[in-house]
Design a protein around this ligand. Structure first.
Ligand SMILES: Nc1ncnc2c1ncn2[C@@H]1O[C@H](COP(=O)(O)OP(=O)(O)OP(=O)(O)O)[C@@H](O)[C@H]1O
Length: 340
């Protein structure tokens, strides 16, 4: 079988030991400082066809940078991103074009990501032009079909983004991503800027589209409540690393990492009796700066169950279905040799 053929055993997306470090210089002429921001610091995960991986963590933990590296908007410092087993590292622009069609992105702020001077028809139809997929009347018909698919009234074809609500603008962004018939959509906080009732509508739309079109999603959010209904599996990120990776069911029923426990304790529970029993874990301190190198677990400073080893030895995420990078909670956690 050729490398470009679809192999159902190969994950659609495979990310291995991905690091994205941003070197910086600051300070004064007399006291210059050089350093590196470890935005993403050695993460690995797969996404299968038709699956949704939720990627969750506080602001600045590296979620968007992960998505940007997958779509090649930033260059990885090291590690590998493969689609259907084919690595994108070092691909020429021409070789990247079909890849860009297969992997699309939907952004958090649907207003900032849509060109205000283009009509909805122009915005949704643009990728069809870029990828030479449809022209003239065919293009218009395809745009109208896409508008209906995402629940937009086709009569609004010639309207501008500012004439739509936040939820409708996000539908435009989704239709634009769908125009090239992608396999995987990277959804970077697609509902964070929307009201709660509208959030549910957009999540339902994404799930409905997944059913109809067999799409895979990487769904980024900063809280666990948002990904609960859409994610098949969830990765919890902390300071550029994955603290815990599990199926959504396992993670919500029994989180292993103390950081996941703290995040989950903040998720509202609809049942008042359960809510009364639930103890809220309030973490002390802030997420540490990604420009400091932590030899041990990056969460150790804020961790309520840390032991001495957590400060000195970096735990690697065990390679199994439900895994946490935690010396205290996980029996078969190993020393992460790669980062020493
Ligand atoms: N181009 C860049 N140059 C330097 N630092 C960057 C760059 N892009 C991101 N960072 C830094 O990398 C870290 C991770 O940023 P990233 O945007 O990936 O986090 P995030 O989890 O998506 O946060 P948010 O939810 O706020 O978007 C942050 O400290 C950020 O300031």
């Amino acid at each position: 079988m050729s490398e470009t053929q679809t192999n159902t055993d190969t994950p659609l997306l495979s990310v291995r030991d991905l690091k994205v470090h941003f070197p910086f210089r600051r300070g004064s002429l007399l006291n210059p400082q050089k350093g590196v921001i470890r935005a993403v610091d050695g993460i690995s995960f797969d996404i299968a066809r038709g699956e949704t991986l939720g990627l969750v963590g506080e602001s600045g933990c590296g979620k968007s940078t992960t998505a940007r590296a997958i779509i090649n908007l930033v260059s990885p410092t090291s590690g590998d991103v493969k689609v259907d087993g084919v690595s994108i590292a070092g691909m020429s622009d021409a070789a990247m074009l079909p890849y860009r069609r297969r992997v699309q992105m939907v952004f958090q702020d649907p207003f900032a990501s849509l060109n205000p001077r283009m009509t909805v028809g122009g915005i949704i139809g643009e990728p069809l032009v870029v990828h030479s997929l449809a022209r003239g009347r065919d293009r218009k018909l395809e745009v109208l079909r896409l508008m209906e698919l995402v629940g937009l009234n086709p009569r609004f074809l010639n309207r501008y983004p500012h004439e739509f609500s936040g939820g409708q603008r996000q539908r435009i962004g989704i239709a634009r991503a769908l125009a090239v018939q992608p396999d995987l959509i990277l959804c970077d906080e697609p509902v964070s800027a929307l009201d709660v009732s509208i959030q549910a509508q957009i999540i339902n739309l994404l799930m409905d589209l997944q059913q109809k079109l067999g799409l895979s999603y990487l769904f980024i959010a900063h809280d666990l409540a948002v990904v609960r209904h859409i994610a098949t599996r969830v990765g919890v990120m902390y300071l550029g690393r994955i603290a815990e990776l599990a199926t959504a069911e396992e993670l919500y029923a029994g989180p292993k990492h103390p950081y996941t426990e703290a995040l989950l304790s903040a998720v509202p529970v609809p049942d008042p009796e359960l809510a009364a029993k639930r103890q809220r874990i309030v973490l002390s301190g802030e997420v540490p700066s990604p420009d400091v190198y932590y030899p041990g677990c990056a969460f150790a400073d804020r961790c309520p169950v840390k032991i001495e080893r957590c400060l000195t030895d970096r735990p690697a995420l065990p390679n199994k279905k439900h895994a946490a990078a935690c010396w205290v909670r996980e029996e078969d956690v190993q020393l992460d040799q790669r980062s020493v």
